[in-house]
Design a binder for this molecule. Structure first.
Ligand code: GLN
Length: 282
């Protein structure tokens, strides 16, 4: 029987020496072993000398096998931490990225400055990461989510219950198709990859849902629709916050500037890259 220390060290070298690009081998191994043993990472780190049972080592080795083929840790353990909260994730939803915390931070800053703005819509919510993080920080908000995927809606419901202890209103809809209200803020992390980028990921059997990524030739298909349609669902001076890839933000700002928006600006993420474009409804 190996000790926990040995399993962690061997597992880390196994991932480090595999051909798959793996930037965080020790962290991955730590998460996978803690999940196998059903204990926290902290308890695991305090248990270095303990022996690990063979059946657990086999389960853990199966996880490592998946990982060397590039399968995301978050899908193996069905969890991803976002904004300090633990979200359930599976192949029906995009795995929340730290990049998206920029949008949440910015939304919170605006909403704290204007406390009368309370009606929020999260379009293309997926796991519910943006909506739930926002509601968790500012419980007085009235947050509604929508997503085209019935499976994503189920994941989002699950996260509402486990994180917030209550369900938010979640609508299964193609963008605004069944939305009947006007909001003070619309937030969205819609699909924004180009067809070429999405095809490359699908060719590598990337397990995230293509429908959460693919957005046409320039990746702006959904964002263009959102900018065109959203003014009908926004109160005067309401905010629209859109996440996108770095090289799309200037085009998005131009689209906002040529529509019914003012005060448009681009917000950078923690790595200093353009990430969120914001405008206010005239
Ligand atoms: N940020 C994601 C990626 O780079 C894309 C997310 C999206 O299209 N909404 O894979």
């Amino acid at each position: 029987m190996k000790t926990i220390r040995e399993v962690l060290t061997d597992g880390t070298s196994f991932l480090r020496n595999s051909n798959t690009a793996n930037e965080t081998p020790f962290l991955d191994v730590l998460i996978l072993l803690a999940y196998t043993l059903n204990i926290s990472k902290e308890v695991l780190l305090a248990s270095y000398p303990d022996k690990i049972e063979e059946k657990d080592e086999n389960i853990f080795n199966n996880f490592l096998e998946k990982r060397i083929y590039g399968y995301p840790v978050s899908y193996i353990v069905n969890t991803k931490e976002f904004y300090g909260l633990n979200f359930y994730v599976d192949e029906n939803v995009l795995i929340p990225r730290p990049d998206s915390e920029t949008l949440v931070e910015e939304a919170i800053t605006i909403l704290k400055e204007f406390p009368t703005k309370k009606k929020i819509l999260d379009l293309c919510t997926g796991s519910g990461a943006l909506a739930i993080a926002l509601k968790h920080s500012l419980p007085e908000l009235n947050v509604i989510c929508s997503d085209l995927s019935a499976e994503a809606v189920e994941v989002c419901k699950k996260n509402c219950i486990s994180i917030l202890g209550e369900e938010l209103l979640i609508i299964e809809a193609d963008l605004f198709s069944t939305i009947k209200w006007k909001f003070d803020m619309i937030i969205t992390n819609p699909p924004y990859l180009t067809d070429i980028e999405t095809d490359l990921m699908m060719k590598k059997n990337w397990p995230e849902p293509g429908m959460a990524l693919r957005a046409g030739e320039d990746g702006l298909d959904f964002i263009r629709r959102i900018i065109t349609d959203s003014p009908d669902y926004m109160e005067k001076n309401a905010y629209l916050l859109i996440e996108s890839s770095i090289d799309q933000t200037e085009s998005i700002k131009l689209l906002l500037d040529s529509g019914k928006f003012y005060n448009t600006r681009i917000v950078k993420d923690l790595s200093g890259r353009n990430r969120v474009t914001i405008g206010q409804r005239v």
